[in-house]
Ligand binder design. Structure first.
Ligand code: GLU
Length: 477
């Protein structure tokens, strides 16, 4: 059987769209599930849109998401170059061949003439004006230095049909298609041409891309057929929407992979969530690593309808990854976010990391969650009141001075030791230890809910700061 080869073919726009990342992921999963190859090809024939640094964004987003490609511009391979601008001459040769085969023709129409073809609704369709020019005449005009493009010659009648593995039989009337440009006046191919030539030459067996190409695929099939090449198998993927009417877009700031990383999402969670945008594995799993997805990947789980991007779910998934992460790894990833808070200078972030790991959803929640360690918020003594714990400001007034004395006498301010000492203290005072911890935690933090319990917080604050905070709290009572 022919080897499965899929490709991801982004244009270097300077950012990795989450929709693009999903296309890359599915192409990777499909290839790897079938022991095939996954190829990266850079589609940069639109030189005006070229953005500096854009290639690195593509390489690094794929690699840090775990999508290692077998062939590509920076890793090489047998079918290179993998950057379209470096393949320029090859396209022109194939375009000339297509002219000989009747599938394309030279066009010399001026901008003005093309503009005059626009109808009252602003639509324009090329009228095959230059199709009648003989090859000899065209070659003479080119030799004279006239500017030209090469257009595809699409039949004016009939219907084309092909099978898409997700959408089934797709039929398009040729009259709905236009004689698009294949080679531009600068000699560069358009996407419409380059994708066909490259997919063929790179032996791509399955073309996986967004549904926006579903209706233009008949044009590509005409070319495969004219050259006598085998058509690839097509797998078009549903759109990702922001809501019922809008697509996920960079404009709304909700589509860029790097923006999510800056917001404190981790790569593993993003790629996992992206996998679920249009695909549901047979076992309904939600949290999956890329290798697990490779095992499970199956086209029957891909939906035809658009999927809606749900950031709440992504947050949840991210929190699951953070919870499961080992402490060292968490600290490493969380450090840039700790650095945004004063806590970094004041305390041992290793200890803070431990209490915070399972209490945040995304890393950028950190500064806000640990702010009480930098400065205790003002609070009203009503905060001591908790019906369930049976605590109130009276109890606080009664016990905090002697808790303070105990703490002043405690030499080692470690969580375990403090826990033992204060539990004994509660017994001595004739109250439940959780009552003592509750009141003490309010006094130290001024917050009803905090990451970490009273003794963990004492451990982080250290003796001096803890005593200082407790004294102020007692004075306020
Ligand atoms: N460069 C195209 C894009 O970014 C690739 C489409 C395809 O996969 O054929 O949309």
């Amino acid at each position: 059987m022919e080897k499965v080869r899929t490709r991801f073919a982004p244009s270097p726009t300077g950012f990795m769209h989450l929709g693009g990342l999903r296309t890359a992921l599915y192409a990777y999963l499909f290839a790897k599930h079938n022991d095939g190859d996954f190829i990266l090809r850079i589609e940069d024939t639109d030189r005006e849109r070229f953005v500096e640094g854009a290639l690195d964004v593509i390489y690094s987003s794929l690699k840090c998401s775990g999508l290692n490609y077998d062939e590509g511009p920076d890793v090489g391979g047998d079918y290179g170059p993998y950057t379209q601008s470096e393949r320029k001459d090859m396209y022109l040769d194939y375009a000339k061949k297509l002219i000989d085969l009747g599938g394309a023709y030279y066009c010399f129409c001026s901008k003005e003439r093309l503009e005059s073809l626009t109808d009252e609704n602003g639509n324009r369709k090329y009228d095959k004006h230059c199709l009648k020019i003989s090859k000899e005449e065209a070659e003479r005009r080119i030799a004279n230095g006239e500017s030209y493009v090469i257009r595809q010659n699409i039949p004016t009648e009939g219907t084309s049909s092909y099978e898409d593995l997700i959408y089934g039989t797709i039929e398009v009337d040729y009259s709905d298609l236009e004689d698009n440009i294949l080679i531009k006046s600068d000699g560069m191919p358009t996407y419409n041409f380059a994708n066909v030539i490259d997919d063929h030459l790179m032996k791509i067996s399955h073309v996986i891309r967004g549904t926006e190409y579903l209706s233009s695929t008949p044009k590509y099939n005409l070319m495969y057929d004219a050259f006598g090449w085998k058509r690839p198998v097509y797998i078009h993927l549903p759109t990702i929407m922001k809501d019922a009417t809008r697509k996920l877009s960079k404009r709304y700031g909700d589509a860029n992979f790097d923006d999510f990383i800056s917001k404190g999402y981790i790569e593993e969670a993003i790629i996992n969530y992206v996998a679920l945008l249009g695909w549901c594995p047979k076992n309904n799993a939600e949290k999956m690593t890329v290798p697990e997805m490779v095992e499970l990947f199956d086209l029957t789980g891909i939906s035809k309808s658009p999927s809606i991007f749900d950031e709440v779910k992504l947050r949840w998934l991210n929190s699951e990854y953070l919870k499961a992460m080992d402490d060292e790894e968490f600290l490493k990833r969380a450090t840039p976010f700790f650095e945004k808070s004063e806590v970094f200078k004041l305390y041992d972030v290793r200890k803070i990391a431990k209490i915070i790991k399972s209490r945040i959803e995304i890393l950028s929640d950190i500064p806000e969650k640990v702010f009480f360690l930098v400065s205790r918020p003002d609070f009203n003594e009503a905060l001591y009141e908790n019906k369930k714990q049976k605590t109130d400001s009276q109890l606080a007034k009664q016990i905090l001075p002697s808790v303070l004395t105990t703490l002043e006498q405690t030499p080692s301010f470690t969580n375990d030791e403090l826990f033992a000492t204060l539990s004994a203290k509660a017994e001595e005072l004739g109250i439940k230890s959780r009552q003592l911890f509750y009141v003490l935690r309010i006094a130290l933090t001024g917050l009803e809910v905090t990451p970490g319990g009273a003794t963990e917080i004492l451990d982080i604050l250290g003796k001096e700061e803890s005593i200082k905070r407790l004294k102020t709290a007692i004075e306020l009572l």
